[in-house]
Design a protein around this ligand. Structure first.
Ligand SMILES: Nc1ncnc2c1ncn2[C@@H]1O[C@H](COP(=O)(O)OP(=O)(O)OP(=O)(O)O)[C@@H](O)[C@H]1O
Ligand SMILES: [Mg+2]
Length: 292
């Protein structure tokens, strides 16, 4: 996956000097310059509160820049997300929200997954085909008749993703898609994201989970605590830059103990790590613990 998209591909999003300020005072993005081209698979990394969700909402046309300019699908975002054009835009660009409760509002899972295709005015057969495929891809066909609000967090997450997949968007924006999923579901989903990318879709995934990045992305964009892009490159380059990752608060150093051995070293943001230490006997042991 460590390849870059051909330079000739069309720009799907082009942001220049974009700022976003909530309620006139809470700065969420502070000068974002970013171009994303068709067919790229981008991982968006950043510590809590650096503006990842805000940026994805902006790419989905839900909010517009407070300052700066943004083009989406080849035109000014204000034009493509207004009036009749908005329909085409939302068919082509789909966002899976960080919080599935924001996305799910229907009495049953099937209703939620069918909502988009029904809005598009597809025939009942086409709606069924889109839904079956999306439910199948997420492994949740057995949940079709359940009420979304009764599901577990991980199940809701999968329904939220299915409700976007059923529209078959060309551009998929995923906000922490693997958060709160069990390991098997997480890796099934990671594989699915990879396959969607290989089928030519443009995918932008906000995540803290560094282990999934090389699988789902061919490009990594890091947003720093200054709420600007502080790194943009191939996963192998960006993930090898420990200093940058510590500075961006994606891994951290702290003091802790394993079996009487106090030391400092780096952790990934999810707080888990495994590594080897020489014990007093000289024997090397590997520790795996939940971090702080
Ligand atoms: N609705 C809102 N009203 C006011 N401020 C907000 C709102 N939503 C987010 N913010 C602020 O904007 C900044 C960016 O938030 P955002 O949710 O985009 O960050 P994030 O990178 O997605 O964080 P996380 O990793 O915790 O999901 C934060 O300082 C946050 O407090
Ligand atoms: Mg977020």
């Amino acid at each position: 996956m460590d390849t870059v998209a051909p330079p000739a591909a069309e720009a799907v999003f082009k942001l220049a000097g974009v700022r976003y300020v909530y309620n006139g005072r809470q700065v969420a993005l502070d000068g974002i310059d970013l171009e994303i081209r068709a067919g790229e698979q981008v991982a968006l990394l950043g510590a809590n509160g650096t503006g990842k969700s805000t940026l994805l909402k902006m790419l989905d046309g839900i909010i517009g820049p407070s300052e700066g300019s943004m083009q989406a699908l080849g035109a000014d975002v204000r034009l493509v997300t207004a009036g009749d054009e908005a329909f085409r835009f939302h068919r082509e660009v789909g966002l899976v929200f960080q919080d599935p409760d924001v996305q799910l509002f229907s009495p049953t899972v099937l209703d939620d997954v069918a909502f988009g295709p029904l809005q598009l005015g597809l025939s009942p057969e086409e709606v069924k085909r889109c839904c079956d495929e999306a439910l199948d891809q997420m492994g949740i066909a057995h949940l079709a008749d359940r009420a979304p609000f009764e599901l577990s967090g991980g199940e809701k997450k999968r329904v939220a993703i299915a409700s976007v997949l059923s529209l078959g968007p060309r551009v998929i924006l995923l906000d922490e898609p693997t958060a709160s999923l069990d390991p098997r579901t997480k890796w099934v989903l990671v594989n699915l994201i990879r396959m969607l990318g290989q089928s030519g879709r443009t995918i932008v995934t906000a995540t803290h989970e560094l282990d999934i990045v090389p699988v789902i992305a061919d490009r990594v964009v890091v947003i720093g605590e200054n709420r600007r892009v502080v790194a943009d490159g191939r996963p192998s380059e960006v993930l090898a830059n420990r200093e940058l990752l510590i500075e961006a608060n994606l891994i951290h150093e702290h003091l802790h103990q394993h079996g009487g051995l106090a030391h400092t070293h780096e952790h990934e943001h999810d707080g888990t790590h495994a590594h080897a230490h020489a014990a007093a006997s000289g024997e090397v042991r590997t520790f795996r613990d939940p971090g702080p």
